[in-house]
Design a protein around this ligand. Structure first.
Ligand SMILES: C[S@@+](CC[C@H](N)C(=O)[O-])C[C@H]1O[C@@H](n2cnc3c(N)ncnc32)[C@H](O)[C@@H]1O
Length: 268
């Protein structure tokens, strides 16, 4: 369920706009998910990516995951994101890395992917599935674009069965990838309903704790070193600090976490 008074389209647009802003890049760095590049490597390894495979990076953001997969695992990657500015930034990064032939980015919505059936050997999606308002449709789309025998690998925010404190469940919590997070088993169930069988699951809660602390520290420093917080224009700094303090407590209490999940489509 989306926050009161907002349609699913509005929530998606808010999320896309937030993650394509310069302020978010400044605070999060070049990888917009807990665990950064080391966790992307772990995900690619557990998902068994092989050189030459075709991979979809769903909700590719700045393109860091896609570029790493191409450089270190020898795959070709199509990245899709809802934000035009993120697609442009990621395409420029692929060009600069000399990988534009093998790593392409385009606009697209997880709930209506712009690819034919069976197009990919693997779909990777980091810190994004939790933000999709219609996860059942997104899972069906993942299953549709995966070839038989293909794997889907997610890293994502998880929430315990106790559920989130109400303050983290509004629009800000949604954009921060918290509000509609599920337990890892909940994500596995959604994928299973689309015909994708769970192959592996791991907890990486410490990665979320570290990212929440990084956000708090960087926002505090940027506010104090840049005159009137100019670098954070458009960001409600007090709200971000309040949200990160609440998120840190929720991680400490075991309510919020971060997980890795790999599921597969049966070979034909
Ligand atoms: C937290 S960022 C993660 C970006 C990237 N996966 C990473 O780990 O660096 C979430 C991304 O999901 C994208 N996004 C949100 N909803 C989407 C949707 N329905 N379809 C495609 N992308 C979406 C946002 O634009 C944003 O770039």
């Amino acid at each position: 369920m989306t926050p009161a008074g907002l349609s699913a389209a509005e929530v998606k647009a808010c999320c896309a706009a937030a993650y394509s802003s310069d302020a978010v890049a400044l605070v999060l760095g070049d990888s917009f998910h807990p665990g950064g590049r080391p966790l992307t490597r772990r995900l690619a390894t557990v998902a068994g990516l092989q050189s030459g495979e075709r991979v979809l990076d769903l909700a590719s953001g700045p393109g860091t995951t896609a570029l790493l997969l191409a450089q270190e695992f020898g795959v070709s990657v199509d990245g899709v994101d809802l934000a035009a500015a993120s697609v442009a930034r990621a395409s420029a990064a692929a060009q600069a890395a000399g990988l534009a032939e093998r790593v392409r980015f385009q606009l697209g919505d997880a709930e209506q992917l712009p690819f034919p059936d069976d197009a990919f050997d693997a779909v990777i999606s980091e810190c994004a599935f939790c933000t999709f308002p219609d996860k059942t449709t997104a899972a069906a789309e993942l299953a549709r674009v995966l070839a038989p025998g293909g794997r889907v690998g997610l890293t994502d925010v998880t929430v315990s069965a106790a559920g989130l404190p109400p303050d983290l469940a509004g629009l800000a919590g949604w954009v921060a990838c918290l509000a509609d997070a599920k337990p890892l088993d909940g994500y596995a169930d959604i994928l299973a309903a689309a015909g994708l069988e769970r192959l592996a699951a791991e907890d990486h809660d410490e990665a979320l704790a570290a990212m929440v602390e990084q956000v708090r520290a960087r926002v505090t420093v940027l506010r104090s070193v840049t005159r009137s917080g100019a670098a954070l224009q458009g960001v409600d700094v007090d709200r971000v600090l309040q949200l990160s303090a609440q998120a840190a407590t929720a991680v400490q209490q075991g309510v919020l976490g971060y997980g890795l999940l790999v599921a597969g489509r049966r070979a034909a």
